[in-house]
Structures are given as C-alpha cells and as structure tokens.
Design a protein around this ligand. Sequence first.
Ligand SMILES: Cc1cc2nc3c(=O)[nH]c(=O)nc-3n(C[C@H](O)[C@H](O)[C@H](O)COP(=O)(O)OP(=O)(O)OC[C@H]3O[C@@H](n4cnc5c(N)ncnc54)[C@H](O)[C@@H]3O)c2cc1C
Length: 485
Amino acid sequence: MTTLVWFRTDLRVHDNPALWHAAQRKDDVLGVVFVSEKQWRRHGLGPRKIQLIKNRMYALADELKALNIPLLIVNAPTFAECNLSLQRACVQMNISRVNFNIEYEVNERHRDIEFARWCRENQIEVNKFHDQCLLPPGSVVTQQGGPFRVFTPFKKAWLQQANVVMQPPLPAPAKRNAADARTLETLARVQSQMLKQGPLPEQEDDPLWSVAEADAHDKLECFISERALDYKDDRDHPLREGTSRLSFELSLGILSQRQCLHAAQQENKGFLAGGFPGIDCWISELIWREFYRHLLVAFPDLCKHKAFKPETEAVPWRHDEDDFLAWCEGRTGYPIVDAAMRQLVQQGWMHNRLRMITAMFLTKHLLIDWRKGEAFFNHWLVDADLASNNGGWQWSASTGADGAPYFRIFNPTSQSEKFDASAEFIAQMVPELAVLAPKDRHAPDNLQRARCRYPLPVVNHQYGRARALEAFKLSQAQTLTEGDA
Ligand SMILES: Cc1cc2nc3c(=O)[nH]c(=O)nc-3n(C[C@H](O)[C@H](O)[C@H](O)COP(=O)(O)OP(=O)(O)OC[C@H]3O[C@@H](n4cnc5c(N)ncnc54)[C@H](O)[C@@H]3O)c2cc1C
C-alpha cells in the first residue's frame, strides 16, 4: 500500500502534519508536488517568487531523499491539470491514500473538492490537515458563532483557545527503509515519464533568499535568541534588523506558524502573552497573520477582489497611469516612498512600516485603487500571500476589516523623520540623495532636487490628503443616500 503526500504551500519535512501522519503507517510514502506556472502567473505571482518556489521544491526533494522518501516533481501548468495528473498517478501506482494540508484560497479549495470527489468515487482515502494556522479558520468565533471582524477581540479569543491547544511542533518523520524507497523511486521515475511532464524547470539560486529548511530554522532561532526581546522597539525602523524577515519562509511553508509560535513561547517564559513585551508583540503579529486567514475563509469574496467594507466600493478611484507608474518605479518625489518601492523591486521584500506608508500613499495621496497596489506587491514580493497582502492593503486603504479609519492618513515626510531618523535607509535605496545632509533627505527643496536629479513630488501632501478625505466622505454620503432610497 502506498500513501501519496501532496505538497503545496507546506514545503517542509518538519512539523508537516500530512507527511507526519503518512509516515506513521506501515505503507510506503511517496511525495508529489506540482509546478503550476501558468496558474501561479494567473494568480499574479512574479518570476522571482516562481523561481523560489521551484528552488524550494528541489531542496525539499533532497531533504526527503535523506529520509528515503522520494518526491515526484510534476509539471502541471494549471490546477485542472494537477488534478488530472494526480488521478492518473493514483490509478497507475495503485495509491490507496492521499494526504495533504489544506489551502484556503477559493481556487485551491475548488481544486481540492474536485479531487476529493474523484477519490471518493475511486475508493481512495483522502486525509486533510490544517497547518497554516495554529487554530483552524472557523474555530475562533464570536459569542454569536460568527467570524470576528476586528482584530483585538479576535486576538483575545484566539489567545484563550491557543493556550489550551498549543503543542510542540511535529518532528521530521523517521528515516524509512532504503530498499522500499528505491523500488518506489523506480516506480515514480517510470510514472513521471508516463505523466509526460516535459522538461523540469531549472534551479537558479537567489542571492538573497535561501530555500534550505535548515537555514530557515537557523534564522528563526537567531531571531528569537538575539532580537525578539527588542522587537517592540526596533520593528518600525527599516534600517534596524528589528524584524525576523521570516515572511518568505512562512509563505512557502518552509517554516510553520506553529514552529514560530512555539519558539517564541519557549523564550517568553512559556507564555503566548504576558511574557516579555518584545516577544508578546512578535506573537501578536503572527496572530494578525492568522486573523487574515480566518477572514479569507469566512469572507471568500476577499479572494475575488472585493472590498471588505462594501460601502467603500463607491470611492471614486483615480485612473492615472502616470502617477501609478511613478509609484511603481520609485519616483514619486517622496524619498521614503521611493526608497521603499525600490527596496521591493530589488530585494523582493519590504519592511512592514514601509508597506503601510507606500500603500497609504497610493490609496490616499494618489487616490489610486488599492487593488492595483495589491497586484503590484503580489508580483514583486517573495512573501506574496493572498490573505496577508489583501489584509494589509485593505487595512491601509481603509476598506478592510479593522482598517485604519479613512481620516488617518500618514504624512510620508513625518513618517520618514520618525522611522528613518538618520535618513540612512533613504541614502541606501535612493543613492542620488545620499550627497545631501541627512536632515535634508526627507523632503529636499527644489534646488536640491534639481542638483540630485530627483523628481518633484507627484502630489502636494496637503492637497492629496484633502482630496482623499473628500472622496471618502462623498462615497460614504452616497452609500448612505442609496441605502435610504
Ligand atoms: C500593504 C501590505 C501588504 C502586505 N503584504 C504581505 C504579504 O504579501 N505577505 C506577508 O507575509 N505579509 C504581508 N504584509 C504583512 C507584513 O508587512 C509582513 O508580513 C512583514 O513585513 C514581513 O516581515 P517579517 O517577516 O520581518 O515580519 P515580522 O515583523 O518578523 O513578523 C513575523 C511574522 O508575522 C507575520 N506578520 C507580521 N506582520 C503582519 C501583518 N501586518 N499582517 C499579517 N501578517 C503579519 C508575518 O508572517 C511575519 O513573517 C503586508 C502588509 C501591508 C501593510
């Protein structure tokens, strides 16, 4: 008997419930993973992230091989083709059981429902596990039994439940019999030829983002032991190494939410809250991650580009391609915004404070639809993740659950002076301004801009702010009137 473990955004051997439970049986265990480039591109992922996913698949194959578990890497451009390939593999290899960890996005759930239906018809057992959240979506609810729409009460309820169910992460499965693995591997090789998968993609290392699971563990350990205590003070300053930068590993599942929470709890006197302020604060961010996943399941329209607050669909967004391009290319004339946008494109990552500043700048100062910014981030971020990206964008645009109230509009210059006080981050990412004195880099005057060949602001702060306030106020009034009618 063979159990197939279908890997997706859980590309790890440790604390992987689908893999662990498969390995607890006497059956043979075979892993499978699909390279679905067409589907990923349809979902808006960019080439850097796609390459990293593929790199991670190869690394996973090596890590599983060390445990004598073969991994079949199959080209299947779309989810529909994944299902067909999987069905063929199940029949040809006489698979009795398929294990996988659940993905919560709408297309992924439809894919899984289809596959599970086919398995039922063909007497193949399907075992699904939750691994993306400590508490599965739908399990943290209000007293009325509905989903929470705001973070703070969600967090309170989450902490109460999490304290009860928190368990240490699962280890990697034990090494399996080498002879069985060889037979299985031969079968798998034949199988992959039969699946006519075509040439597999190339591996191409990324200088900034390692995909090794061992490196992810080191990174987590290093953050927890060296920086987590100072997280609360350091996390808002882009130049300080104040945050963990583990969002990439979490987004591919190289690390699990449970591993992060558990490591933090161990260092936090055994508490998820009420330990050290720095670690409490970091745990709180992980709860935000979980909150957004719970929202995605409770409100699946979020996967379909809908605003969480329907009344904000009436905001008269501007369709100004020049302004949008200036934002994308880091030439808005606001140094902190431009520095952040250049960091995104160069590193595939952006600091959280800067994500809020740039997202608010696009949606408020430029009054451009948050969906355009969300798509741009999704394309460039190596940690691109529908739930967190959508949550962050809708928070910033004041269209989301627990979003910033629409009248809260960051002033990019004062944010810059506060969080990049030495203007060193600006100097690094916008080198043409490095010649200026640090205090002048936040908002150079016209002469300095000309000297540095740096653009004038695309919009005046006061004007942009007033225009956004007016647009939001009008859209609210309009919705109220329509509601009355
Ligand atoms: C407009 C916008 C877009 C965003 N897009 C994404 C995205 O596509 N993918 C993504 O993982 N995060 C996204 N975030 C959330 C956050 O900015 C990143 O998770 C964080 O900057 C990653 O850096 P870190 O790993 O050093 O985080 P740390 O500060 O070390 O936090 C630890 C972990 O907690 C989670 N986390 C932290 N802050 C948040 C948050 N506000 N919301 C949800 N989870 C959080 C992340 O998984 C992160 O790795 C977005 C935020 C905004 C405002």
